[in-house]
Design a protein around this ligand. Structure first.
Ligand code: GLA
Ligand code: ZN
Length: 684
């Protein structure tokens, strides 16, 4: 059988182990550079990311380029078996550039203009910035895109933020005008007659500002869409520049965790050859270690789902960051576990920020594979080296294997933007991320692979689709969900779903197809916001569950009522419903419910649907099982213990432990912060 996906690059079709390397900080210490390469080899580093913040060293004056230092480093690394991921340097610009072209610096939402400083401080629209970036990117590509060492382009660094300068205002107006065509259509879509905000000229359109307009929700939503689009447009100019020289080198850009929800990363899927992201959970925080593991696993799943294929973990810290509120050291074992966690969820790499620790400036206390001590005699180095050796050993088996999935959560960034500004029913907080994670938890705890896709993805191949709090229905989602259920799928929705259309305008009417009322079998009359600490309850299958935050009051049309509210004036009205539609079934939870409900509910559905698990077993709390499948159909199961206690995992058959070459049967013992990779014995 052929691998399902072609390898990212034929030059080096293996799991990557490496990270960000900033030799430009050490050019006057050649002995350190030599020493680094020797240490990289000891740590089984097979690739480094170079040039991310090197612009001032590559072009110290306008149109005067100095590549000789980079030539030497790329060559020297390659001679020692280490490949290069080459960055375009647009994430931070030289002083001379900002001085000569002040338009490149960002303007904030309140109209203030930034001074030179920090990084990521640039306008994505500025023609001067785009042109300078195009020139340096082209020069880099001409020099290195055909070098045998260069395997991947790392476009810029952590795209993010927005600019409100006049150039961006013009670009936004043009985008809006193209989208709506007429002012009449715009005023209707944005509901601008409200408060007399009617637009009578395109030039009146201005980005949302704390000093100006934020009351028009359609404007705010479209601004966020524009920022994503403009960022991608900027990124595409960089991609075009490097691909024009050699289109065979794949491109990526390093994304951040989805907490910020600044950009809609799902929109990046067609522009990039591979998705990569930077993963910095707060490990070992009291009472949230398992939560951290769960939420970063969820982000890994999201990143894999964007292109539905293996991704790269472009950065994680070898030990501690310097920017979390507290710089907690990773306890022994945690580093390897966190890298294997990424691989378990579909990553084909373990890469770090950073390989050598800075001596000065604001990241000098961020950990690195090689610390200020400068040797291999550190705990961090030893753990990194061990991870490298193990990835090297398992690369042939794991690399490019796929993640079989039968369940998807619809996780929609545009929905998050709309919820953030919705003004009611609970301005004290509606936790969308929490709603998604509450639905995710059961699958993470019970060894069931799961995708996180957005409203634009097709639902083919899924047996169960979960739609938590999808307040904003983008055009087409209704028909997709209707078809999914009609054809035999199981759909679960939760409260405050299907309230507004893609312009953030409320659906009108009692029970309408726009709101999916036919599929759900009820209509919603009103929704109650609960104060913090206030509760209602429902009892389902003899268990009583706490409800909080939001309680919808719904009227059944065709649905069955599985549970009702216990108190308040809506006592005995539906809290949980089920509707058979076509060949499938649609469940709806009318309120925000405690986590325990989701665990019991999805246990019922998993059994009913016979969803595939990593193993047929009871997984102890704190342990997560995930699996990948090789092209030959071999199941690779990652058993990860994120807790501080030894856990005992009952096995349903004999397995081979691939890291230790031993047989596991009966009970598998997992020490604190460890991961075992096992495969059913018939394959070994
Ligand atoms: C980000 C950046 C890196 C570095 C790390 C520190 O991910 O991409 O350059 O600043 O954070 O954790
Ligand atoms: Zn701008």
């Amino acid at each position: 059988m052929q691998p399902k996906f072609s390898p990212l690059t034929p030059k080096f079709p293996h799991l990557l182990h490496g990270g960000d390397y900033n030799p430009e900080q050490w050019l006057d210490h050649p002995e350190i550079l030599d020493q680094d390469i020797a240490l990289f080899q000891k740590a089984h580093i097979n690739c480094v990311s170079l040039g991310i913040f090197s612009w001032a060293n590559l072009e110290p004056q306008q149109d005067y380029f100095t590549f000789d230092w980079l030539d030497r480093i790329i060559d020297q690394l390659y001679q020692n078996g280490i490949y290069t991921i080459l960055a375009t340097p647009s994430g931070a610009r030289p002083q001379w550039l900002a001085q000569k072209y002040p338009e490149v610096l960002r303007v904030n939402a309140d109209g203030t203009k930034n001074l030179f400083g920090a990084r990521h401080n640039h306008c994505y629209t500025s023609p001067a910035y785009r042109e300078r970036v195009r020139i340096i990117d082209t020069r880099l590509a001409e020099r290195y895109a055909n070098h045998p060492a260069v395997i991947l382009w790392h476009i810029s660094n952590e795209f993010g933020g927005e600019c409100h300068c006049e150039l961006c205002q013009v670009a936004f107006r043009t985008w809006v005008q193209k989208k709506y065509g007429t002012l009449d259509a715009l005023n209707r879509a944005w509901w601008a007659h409200f408060w007399s905000h009617t637009y009578t000229d395109w030039s009146q359109i201005h980005s949302p500002s704390p000093l100006g307009e934020t009351s028009i929700h359609g404007l705010v939503l479209d601004w966020r869409r524009f920022v994503t689009q403009q960022t991608i447009d900027f990124m595409r100019t960089e991609i075009d520049a490097v691909k024009a020289v050699n289109s065979d080198i794949p491109v990526t850009t390093n994304m951040m965790t989805h907490y910020t929800y600044e950009l809609n990363y799902y929109k990046f899927r067609d522009a990039l050859d591979v998705i990569s992201w930077d993963n910095y959970p707060e490990w070992h925080k009291p009472n949230s270690q398992i939560w951290a593991a769960e939420s970063c696993s969820m982000t890994h799943d999201m990143m894999r789902s964007i292109q539905k294929k293996p991704f790269l973990m472009m950065e994680c810290t070898p030990n501690t960051t310097n920017w979390h509120p507290v710089s907690k050291l990773k306890k022994p074992g945690m580093h390897k576990l966190s890298v294997l966690n990424a691989i378990a969820h579909g990553a084909d790499s373990g890469q770090y920020f950073q390989l050598r620790q800075s001596r000065g400036s604001c990241e000098k206390f961020h950990s690195a594979v090689i610390s200020h001590i400068g040797t291999e005699h550190t705990r961090t180095f030893r753990e990194v080296a061990q991870v490298g050796a193990e990835l090297e050993r398992l690369s042939d088996l794991i690399y490019n294997s796929r993640t079989p999935v039968q369940v998807a959560i619809i996780h929609d960034v545009e929905n998050k933007w709309a919820l953030d500004q919705c003004r009611g029913p609970r301005n004290a907080g509606i936790d969308y991320f929490g709603a998604v994670q509450n639905n995710y938890r059961y699958f993470w705890e019970n060894g069931i692979n799961i995708d996180l896709v957005d409203s634009e993805y097709d639902l083919d191949g899924y047996r169960l689709v979960i739609v938590p709090m999808l307040y904003l229905f983008r055009a087409g989602i209704q028909e997709k969900l209707r078809q999914f259920v009609a054809q035999g799928g199981t759909l679960v929705t939760t409260c405050f779903t299907g309230v507004v259309d893609e312009n953030d305008l409320c659906f009108l009417g009692e029970a309408t197809e726009e709101k999916l009322s036919d599929v759900m079998g009820f209509w919603v009359e009103e929704i109650d916001g609960l104060f913090d600490g206030e509760e209602n309850h429902m009892t389902w299958q003899n268990q009583r569950y706490r409800l909080y935050e939001l309680c919808e009051i719904v009227h059944p049309t065709t649905c069955e009522v599985l549970a009702t509210y216990e108190s308040d004036f809506y006592q005995d009205m539906p809290a949980l419903t089920r509707n058979r539609f076509g060949k499938g079934v649609a469940y709806h939870l009318c309120a925000t419910a405690e986590s325990r409900f989701f665990l019991d509910f999805y246990d019922m559905l998993t059994r009913q649907l016979g969803l595939e698990r990593a193993m047929q077993t009871t997984v102890p709390y704190g342990v997560s099982l995930t699996w990948r499948e090789t092209a030959q159909g071999q199941k690779l199961i990652f058993a990860q213990n994120f807790s501080a206690e030894t856990k005992h995992l009952p096995l349903d058959q004999a397995y081979t432990d691939l890291l230790n070459d031993t047989t596991e049967h009966g009970i598998c013992t997992l020490a604190p912060y460890t991961c075992k990779i096992v495969t059913p014995q018939q394959y070994s």
